[in-house]
Design a protein around this ligand. Structure first.
Ligand code: NDP
Ligand code: GDR
Length: 380
C-alpha cells in the first residue's frame, strides 16, 4: 500500500502468466503485501489453474483482491482493454512459451508470444498514456547468454542466444530497454537464471527428474530417459526469485539485474541428489548415449519397489537439442549490493522439497494401483 494525500491507496498489479510457476508465487507474494492482484489466464479446454486454486477468490464476494481475466499475449486488443480497465501500478510480464526445446518445434509461435507479446504490452501502456504511472517488469533469462562469452555471466556479459526461445527473449529484453530510454518508462529486465520448485512444469529437467524417480521408487515407472546430462545450470528456488522481481520495481530508477545463486551443478548431479533423497545410491556405466544409472544400494523405505542392480536412468537422444546451452553460471553481485539479494534456499533443500512433493503424489497413485484402480501417469 502507499499513501497519497492522506488516502491509503491499494496498489494494483497485473501478472501475465499467473497460472505458471512464477506467476503463482508472485501472486501469493503480492497479495501478502496488500496488493490488488490481477492475472491473465489463457482459455484452455480444461482447467489450467492448479497452481493458483488455493488463492482463488469467488468473483461473487465483495472486496475481491485476486482477479483473473481471460487473455493472450498474441492479442493486442485484449491486452489493451485489460490494462485500460485495471490501470495497474505494476505489470509483471511472466507469460511466455517458456520451453527451450519446444521453441525449436514452434519457433514462430514462440517469437509471437515471447517477443511481440512484450511489445504489445509496452505499446498498450504507452497508447493508454500510462507510461509515467505503470512500472513494467520483463522476465528475461540467462538463456540470453547461450554460448557463453564470459564466466560467470553478469549484466554486462554479451548475449549469444542459442534457441528460438532465447532469440525471442533477446527482442523482449531490448524492447524493454528501448521503451525505458525512448519514453522514460520505468521498465526493467530481471535476467533470471534457472529457478525451480515443486510447482515447476513437469517437462523441465529438474521436475522431470524428481517426479520420474519418485514414480520409479514406487513402481509406477521403469526408467527415466534424459538428454544431455553434462549440461551445467545455476539453479535457485522460484519463491526466492519472485521477491526480487518485485524489488526491481521498487527502486528509485529502473535497472536490469542478474538473479542467480552463483553455484553450478550438472544435470547428472541433480539426478544423484534426487536419488539420494529417495535413499538410492546410483552407479553410472557407459558413456554418451550409452550412459545408464543403476541402483547400487537402497536405504530407508522410500524406494521399496526397487531392486539392487535395476537400471533406472538412461539417455534418449530425442531429448538432445539442435543447439545446446552447455553451461550457465550467474554473478549476482549487483543484485546483492543494490537489492540486498541473498538466495535463502540451497539446492539440497530445494531438491528435498521437490522430492517430498512428488513422492506423496507417487505414493497416492501406488496405493490406488494396489487397490486395483487403473492408474495412468502422464509423461512426455
Ligand atoms: P511457466 O511455463 O511455468 O509459465 C508460463 C506462463 O505463461 C503460464 O501461465 C502460461 O499459461 C502463460 N502463457 C504461455 N503462453 C501464453 C500466451 N500466449 N498468452 C498468455 N499467457 C501465456 O514459466 P515460469 O513461471 O517458469 O517462468 C515465468 C517467466 O520467466 C517466463 O517468461 C519464462 O520464460 C521466464 N524465465 C523463467 C525461468 C525459470 O527458470 N523458471 C528463468 C528465466 C526466465 P498456461 O498455464 O495456460 O500454459
Ligand atoms: P532450460 O531448462 O532449457 O535451461 O530453460 P530445462 O530444465 O528444460 O533444461 C535444462 C538443461 O537440462 C538438459 N536436459 C533436459 N532438459 C529437459 N527439459 N528434458 C530432458 O529430458 C533433459 N535432459 C537433459 C537440457 O538440454 C538443458 O541443458 C529453463 C526455462 O525455464 C526457460 O524458460 C528459462 O529461460 C531458462 O530455464 C533460464
Amino acid at each position: 500500500m502507499f499513501v497519497e494525500s492522506n488516502i491509503e491507496m491499494t496498489k494494483k498489479a497485473l501478472i501475465t502468466g499467473v497460472t505458471g510457476q512464477d506467476g503463482s508465487y508472485l501472486a501469493e507474494f503480492l497479495l501478502s503485501k496488500g496488493y490488488e492482484v490481477h492475472g491473465i489466464k489463457r482459455r484452455a479446454s480444461s482447467f489450467n489453474t492448479d497452481r493458483i486454486d488455493h488463492i482463488y477468490e469467488d468473483p461473487h464476494i465483495n472486496d475481491q483482491r485476486f482477479i483473473l481475466h481471460y487473455g493472450d499475449l498474441s492479442d493486442s486488443s485484449n491486452l489493451t482493454r485489460i490494462i485500460n480497465q485495471i490501470q495497474p501500478d505494476e505489470v509483471y510480464n511472466l507469460a511466455a512459451q517458456s520451453h527451450v526445446a519446444v521453441s525449436f518445434e514452434s519457433p514462430e509461435y514462440t517469437a509471437d508470444v515471447d517477443a511481440l507479446g512484450t511489445l504489445r504490452l509496452l505499446e498498450a501502456i504507452r497508447f493508454l498514456g500510462l507510461e509515467k504511472k505503470t512500472r513494467f517488469y520483463q522476465a528475461s533469462t540467462s538463456e540470453l547468454y547461450g554460448l557463453v562469452q564470459e564466466v560467470p555471466q553478469k549484466e554486462t556479459t554479451p548475449f549469444y542466444p542459442r534457441s528460438p526461445y532465447a532469440v525471442a527473449k533477446l527482442y523482449a529484453y531490448w524492447i524493454t530497454v528501448n521503451y525505458r530510454e525512448a519514453y522514460g518508462m520505468y521498465a526493467c529486465n530481471g535476467i533470471l537464471f534457472n529457478h525451480e520448485s515443486p510447482r515447476r512444469g513437469e517437462t523441465f529437467v529438474t521436475r522431470k527428474i524428481t517426479r520420474a524417480l519418485s514414480n520409479i521408487a514406487q513402481g509406477l515407472e521403469q526408467c527415466l530417459y534424459l538428454g544431455n546430462m553434462d549440461a551445467l545450470r545455476d539453479w535457485g528456488h522460484a519463491k526466492d526469485y519472485v521477491e526480487m522481481q518485485w524489488l526491481m520495481l521498487q527502486q528509485e530508477t529502473p535497472e536490469d539485474f542478474v538473479i542467480a545463486t552463483g553455484v553450478q551443478y550438472s544435470v547428472r548431479q541433480f539426478v544423484e541428489l534426487t536419488a539420494k533423497n529417495l535413499g538410492i545410491t546410483l552407479r553410472w556405466e557407459g558413456k554418451g548415449v550409452d550412459e545408464c544409472g543403476y541402483v547400487e544400494s537402497i536405504t530407508g523405505d522410500k524406494s521399496h519397489a526397487l531392486t539392487i542392480g535395476q537400471k533406472i536412468v538412461a539417455v534418449d537422444p530425442r531429448y538432445f537439442r539442435p543447439a545446446e546451452v552447455e553451461t550457465l553460471l550467474g554473478d549476482p553481485t549487483r543484485a546483492k549490493e543494490k537489492l540486498g539479494w541473498t538466495p535463502s534456499t540451497s539446492l539440497e533443500e530445494m531438491v528435498s522439497e521437490m522430492v517430498d512433493n512428488d513422492l506423496v503424489s507417487a505414493q497416492r497413485h501406488a496405493l490406488l494401483k494396489q487397490h486395483g484402480f487403473d492408474v495412468k501417469v502422464s509423461r512426455e
